[in-house]
Each structure stands twice: as C-alpha cells, then as structure tokens.
Design a protein around this ligand. Structure first.
Ligand SMILES: [Cu+2]
Length: 139
C-alpha cells in the first residue's frame, strides 16, 4: 500500500514538474523571440539612419555621378529600415505571438514603445533632411 501511494505521489510530482518545465520553456522561447525582434529593430534603425546620411551626403558632396547612386542607395536603405521595423512590430510573427500568448507583457509593451520611438526618429530625420534640402534649393 505504501509503495503504491509513493508511486502515485512520485507520478503526480513528475507530471507537475513537467508542466512547470513546459511553461518555463514557453516563456524562455518567447523571450528569445522578443530578443531576436529587438536585434532586428536595432539593425533596421541603424540601416535607416545610415541611409539618411548617404542621402544627405549625396545631396551636397558635389560628386555628380556618385551623388545619384548615394541618394538612391540611401533612399532604399531608409525605406527598407522602416519596412523591417513596421513588419517586426505588426507582421505575421508578432500577430502569432500575440495570438498564442505566454510572453512577458512588460517586455512586449516596452518592445512596442521602443519600436514606435525608432520609427519616430527615422521620420524626424527624414523631415529634417527634407527641410535642409528645401533651404539649399531656395538659395
Ligand atoms: Cu507585440
């Protein structure tokens, strides 16, 4: 009798510990996914800012033939950086994560507000460069 009770208790403990392990693994998995998303967002922001610099340089370097290439390349980099940010924040992967749940709410909230600010930075840089270009062409 004692043996079967011990076996039953052992089985219950094992089942419970497996459940706890599964839950931890799920949380860890979503934390890794969010971390990967943040790396992608960091890279997209750097790319867009570097692109904006190329555009600005192309507008004022005076190397006519290369300027066109700098501006085109810069424009593509800004566009791509913004697209990567938007896709990370609201694309299929993010929608799936939200549907499945199990992630850390605070980290997810912070990730989205960081992403919104990154987009804002890119838009501000674009606006400033646009205004600078207008000032140059008015002279
Ligand atoms: Cu999210």
């Amino acid at each position: 009798m004692k043996t079967s009770a011990a076996t039953l208790i052992f089985s219950i403990v094992m089942i419970l510990s497996f459940n706890v392990q599964a839950e931890l693994t799920e949380k860890e998995k979503s934390m890794h996914e969010m971390h990967a998303m943040m790396r992608l967002m960091d890279n997209a922001l750097c790319q867009a800012l570097e692109g904006a610099n190329l555009m600005m340089f192309g507008q004022m370097s005076g190397a006519e033939k290369i300027d066109k290439e700098l501006i085109e390349r810069g424009t593509a980099m800004v566009k791509d950086g913004k697209a990567v940010l938007l896709n990370t924040l609201a694309g299929t992967e993010m929608k799936t994560m939200h549907k499945e749940g199990g992630y850390n709410e605070k980290v997810m909230h912070d990730l989205h507000s960081l992403g919104d600010r990154m987009l804002h930075v890119i838009e501000e840089v674009e606006k400033l460069h646009g205004e600078a270009l207008k000032q140059i062409s008015m002279k």
